[in-house]
Design a protein around this ligand. Structure first.
Ligand SMILES: [Zn+2]
Length: 471
């Protein structure tokens, strides 16, 4: 969406809040409130913007939320915004413009996910390999077994080649929003809950600090006849680790789910989820098809059981995640392909930049979204201007007769004049061209508070400097 002037509009706006009026080509900032109530007028553009940034900054590497309870079709919440906002409040000189430049594009991407379970266009361009392992044990029994030494060699290869192992949550967010991943991402997955996954894989992943996804079929948990399998205690320990994602992999590992009647299929898909959730105390949001086989009916039941995404596998058609049909059939590679996929891994194209200035000719776009049950309207594009009306009016009255599509209360009334439209702080509005410096006493209170500067090709939020900004 190019460069943007963006206003976050909350759907149910208060009387002094923001208005959306899709009528014309320009966005105008109206700085009038008939009531002149400073407190009521305080939730301005800035605080709304911060609220949205707070909810929308990206996850730092290693801060997965895979085990947090979460509604299945929701994106995992972004969590590190708090620190950023706290920094900005403590040090306004850091500049809201820098926050907007840095996080605005990610915000837009996050707010415009592809409709679930589709894969976002941008994610289709990336090449994210999901690599599948089965048993890891000292004595190989079949060709696809891997010894602990070989497995560590794989981890070393991943490290030496500069790859970043990611979590399934990170992959799913990327696939839905097109948010770029680290330059060379890879996701490691381990199927069937073998004892070696606890004994060798889990400690090695911890040693390297890598996340992984373990797909468990419940009937074998704690069963050591033949190959050993993880027990509940081990699984609980792993599930409590934020770097570990546990996925359901059916109850009995049927060789082909497509052959099962509906009721049995529902059991395999639904009850494995419920059992893992009640035993491990975490949300199970991912399903892995046993032997990778699925069809439309199987994936419909996976969807109906409340899973967010599903992993598949097809030896004859191994695919990067972005090439998958949709989120309910994310493709994987067998571990023997590791070297090939390491050479190709790519986190996807960068998001459109916001730092190259504003393009006031960009079309005005409206995006509606809901975050934490709060409806938001995001408006971007167009050209922002200011109006300083000749008296106190409601925003709709000020917008009346202009071509504005949206408006925001731009400032506060001076405390000195209870019945005039004199503003607090310095004002230079485009419609009058008159510069009003504000009063010394009031300007002092505003030092460091954001001042909005709009020129021909740019909008900046700068902390008010009493010396520089009052003349
Ligand atoms: Zn399996």
């Amino acid at each position: 969406m190019g460069s943007l002037f963006t206003q976050m509009l909350q759907g149910n706006t208060p009387a002094t809040g923001l208005r959306f009026q899709p009528r014309g080509q320009h966005t105008q900032l109206a700085s009038i409130d008939r009531l002149g109530n400073v407190k009521a007028a305080r939730p301005l553009l800035l605080s709304k913007l911060m609220a949205v940034l707070l909810l929308s900054l990206p996850l730092p590497a290693g801060a997965q939320t895979s085990n947090a309870p979460c509604k299945t079709a929701e994106l995992p919440p972004f969590v590190n915004g708090l620190t950023q906002v706290a920094t900005w409040v403590a040090e306004p000189a850091v500049g809201i413009d820098r926050l907007v430049e840095n996080y605005g594009p990610q915000l837009t991407a996050y707010l415009s996910p592809a409709p679930w379970p589709d894969i976002h266009e941008r994610a289709r361009m990336a090449k994210v390999p999901v690599v599948m392992y089965h048993d890891i044990l000292p004595e190989k029994e079949v060709f696809f077994d891997v010894t602990p030494a070989e497995f560590e060699e794989h981890l070393r290869l991943i490290q030496e080649n500069g790859l970043t192992p990611i979590s399934l949550d990170q992959l799913t967010t990327h696939l839905r929003t097109g948010l770029p991943l680290p330059e060379k991402p890879i996701l490691l997955s381990f199927d069937d809950g073998y004892g070696g996954h606890y004994e060798y894989v889990y400690p090695l992943l911890k040693k390297y600090g890598y996340p992984g996804v373990f797909s468990i079929y419940t009937s074998k948990i704690g069963d050591n006849q033949g190959r050993s399998h993880v027990n509940w205690e081990q699984l609980r320990q792993m599930a409590a680790d934020p770097q570990v994602t546990i996925a359901a992999h059916s109850i009995s590992h049927p060789p082909d789910l497509r052959a099962l009647p509906d009721d049995q299929l529902q059991q395999e898909i639904g009850e494995s989820k419920q059992l893992l959730e009640s035993e491990l105390g975490i949300a199970i949001r991912y399903f892995t098809y046993p032997t990778g086989l699925y069809d439309e009916r199987v994936s419909r039941l996976v969807r109906e059981a409340g899973y967010l995404a599903a992993l598949t596998m097809n030896d004859l058609d191994e695919r990067f995640a972005g090439e998958s049909e949709n989120l309910l059939a994310i493709g994987r590679f067998g571990q023997s392909r590791l070297e090939d996929v390491i050479a190709q891994a790519w986190g996807g194209p960068e998001l459109p930049k916001w730092s190259s200035g504003f393009d006031f000719t960009s079309p005005i776009e409206r995006t509606e979204t809901t975050i934490d049950n709060t409806p938001f309207i995001l408006i971007s594009g167009g050209k922002p201007i200011t109006i300083h009306a000749d008296s106190r009016y409601q925003v709709p009255e000020i917008v009346e007769g202009t071509e504005a599509v949206a408006a925001v209360d731009g400032g506060f009334f001076s405390l000195k004049f209870l019945d005039s439209n004199e503003m607090i702080g310095p004002v230079l509005s485009q419609n009058t061209g008159n510069f009003l410096p504000g009063t010394l006493g009031e300007n002092r209170i505003l030092i460091g508070r954001p001042l909005v500067m709009i020129i021909h090709q740019a909008v900046k939020f700068i902390p008010l400097d009493q010396q520089k900004n009052s003349t």
